[in-house]
Design a protein. Structure first.
Length: 116
């Protein structure tokens, strides 16, 4: 929750957004924001190294549910967060790896996928 100037609490506008997190150690993750607090951001995500190393014409769409994980990223480890991949958009940037499907739908999470 985000506290507004009048003291009321509003839903955090970042929750549910597709983002790319760039860490200080040069690792990158693509995912959907689950929560955010004063310490960091929690994503349902995949490492972008999986997409970067895909052979031409290959897709990870069928294996996506097996490789998606919920991870917490402390702010002290984050270089920056790219929200939505603008101006092109993540759907266009990574369409080759996901067979052209909208990433927002592929990164939906359910309670079953969050249980160990």
């Amino acid at each position: 929750m985000v506290r507004s100037f009048d003291g009321s609490e509003d839903k955090d506008p970042l929750i549910g957004k597709m983002v790319e997190i760039h860490l200080l150690n040069d690792k990158r993750f693509l995912g959907k924001v689950r929560s955010r607090d004063r310490d960091g951001v929690t994503l349902y995500c995949i490492p972008l190294s999986l997409i970067d190393t895909l052979p031409a014409g290959a897709s990870i769409r069928d294996q996506l549910q097996e490789i998606l994980h919920t991870l917490f990223f402390p702010y002290v480890n984050i270089e920056y967060i790219d929200i939505g991949g603008e101006p092109v958009g993540f759907d266009s940037l990574f369409s080759h790896a996901f067979e052209g499907e909208k990433l927002e739908y592929l990164f939906e999470y359910s309670q079953e996928s969050l249980d160990p």
